[in-house]
Design a protein around this ligand. Structure first.
Ligand code: ADP
Length: 449
């Protein structure tokens, strides 16, 4: 760190304070401090000078330029009091003095107590080379100090400038405040608008939900009245259709008056049509019952071997193509499942019935496989198969897949079977491809629901 003295002077009488102030400003100007800083250091200097003159009767003042380790230049002023400072310490009268400079401290330099202040020279100032410093020293030596009046006039001017600047800053602050307030108002308005919009959306959503609830209640009611209508109509139809069948049978009875061949044919037609109608009516009634939840399964421990045995017996009697073999595999014991025996038998019979009906050659097989959590009961056949795009449709009411040969039926069997399996807590699925037969799988949990 190098220190180059620029100017030194004595402080002994009141007049010297003005000179010191003036010199301080000059030195600050020549080393490159900005105007504001020139006034600041000059003010700090005159304050400290007044304190020292009063307390110890004066000081020797040295202005110097010092390099700091960070490579920056400082203007440094050392004031060595002419007599020891009271208590060896110095506190400026005005607390604001320390804020006017970068450092203000009391230190010992070669056994002298020195009051030192410094201010950093801005980086934008001209570089202070040795030649430049010599030049500055000469320049300062030449200039003569002004009078106290001149210094007072200068100070006044500086004060007016400072006041002007304060007013400008205050105006700027007011303007910024106003701007901030406007922005705040804008933000508040935006926030309010967003809140309103959100509330409106919320209300819309609530209204939509209410409408949905209403619609689903309406749908529920509609489906319920459809089931009730079906149940009532089929129930009402059952009696007259049964009567027609009975009457047709009576007409053809050998105890009745003999019929002509033509009449016999017509009575036969009436009877078979009425039988078809009765089947339809019965199936409709079953489906309506299942849909309206009026079928209550009777849960019991059911032995699958018994169910299979019964099916084997009843289905053998059914008319089927001669080349079709019905294979009912014996389930491996223990083959029990908690379910409703009548409903399960109804489902399996239905599936086997379909398989026999649609299969012209090969076999129809019923088997049961035990899995960890349930039973897989499969009815597979070597029939025509069902294209994948119709797999969902065949479970719809009244749907019958188009085929080369119409084999009768109502299209109600599969939807009814699926309903029953669901009631039993299971599922009914179809795997099939045209030409590769069909496999209907009933999956049942071991413990029912
Ligand atoms: P239905 O047998 O009275 O026509 P279903 O609801 O039982 O009514 O069956 C619906 C349709 O599904 C049948 O018409 C038929 O087209 C098809 N289908 C059912 N089972 C089989 C099967 N095993 N093989 C081929 N097609 C079948």
């Amino acid at each position: 760190m190098t220190t180059t003295p620029l100017l030194q002077m004595g402080l002994r009488v009141e007049q010297d304070i003005f000179v010191l102030r003036q010199r301080g400003r000059e030195v600050a100007a020549v080393v490159g401090l900005e105007h504001q800083d020139q006034v600041r250091i000059a003010t700090a200097l005159s304050e400290v000078a007044r304190d020292l003159l009063r307390s110890v009767g004066g000081a020797d003042v040295v202005f110097a330029v010092a390099d700091s380790p960070d490579g920056r230049c400082h203007l440094r002023v050392d004031l060595t009091p002419v007599a020891p400072l009271p208590g060896g310490r110095y506190e400026p009268e005005s607390g604001a003095v320390a804020r006017l400079v970068d450092t203000l401290s009391v230190l010992t330099v070669q056994r002298d107590t020195v009051v030192r202040m410094s201010r950093r020279v801005p980086a934008t100032a001209r570089t202070l080379t040795t030649e430049r410093l010599t030049e500055l020293r000469a320049q300062l030596g030449e200039s003569a100090p002004g009078t106290a009046e001149e210094e007072l006039a200068t100070q006044n001017l500086q004060l007016i400038n400072a006041l002007d600047e304060v007013r400008n800053q205050r105006d700027e602050l007011a303007r910024l405040n106003e701007e901030l307030e406007q922005t705040n108002r804008g933000v508040m308005a935006l926030y309010q608008q967003l809140t309103d919009e959100l509330e409106a959306t919320n209300q819309g959503v609530v209204a939509l939900y209410a409408e949905l609830d209403e619609k689903s209640a309406q749908l529920g009611a509609a489906s319920e009245s459809k089931s009730r209508f079906l149940a009532n109509v089929s129930h009402e139809l059952r009696a007259p259709v049964t009567a027609i069948i009975g009457l047709a049978r009576l007409l053809g009875d050998s105890a009745s008056d003999p019929l002509t061949t033509e009449q016999e044919r017509q009575v036969g037609l009436i009877r078979s049509s009425a039988s078809d109608l009765l089947t339809l009516v019965n199936e409709l009634l079953d489906l309506a019952k299942a849909e309206s939840g009026r079928i209550e399964p009777e849960w019991a421990e059911v032995d699958l071997r018994a169910v299979f045995g019964q099916l084997r017996g009843t289905l053998r009697a059914l008319p089927s193509a001669a080349e079709v073999e019905l294979v009912v595999e014996e389930p491996a014991p223990p083959a029990t499942v908690r379910t409703d025996e009548v409903l399960l038998a109804q489902v399996l019979r239905n599936l086997l019935h379909n398989a026999l009906k649609f299969t012209a050659a090969g076999e129809v097989r019923l088997r049961a496989e035990r899995h960890a959590d349930g039973w897989r009961l499969t009815v597979s056949d070597t029939g025509p198969g069902i294209p994948p795009e119709l797999h969902d449709r065949v479970f719809e009411e009244f749907y019958q897949a188009p085929g080369p040969a119409r084999v009768g039926g109502t299209g109600l069997g599969l939807p009814y079977a699926r309903r029953l399996v669901n009631l039993l807590g299971g599922t009914l699925e179809l795997a099939s491809e045209p030409g590769r037969g069909s496999t209907f799988t009933v999956w049942l949990p071991v413990d029912g629901t």
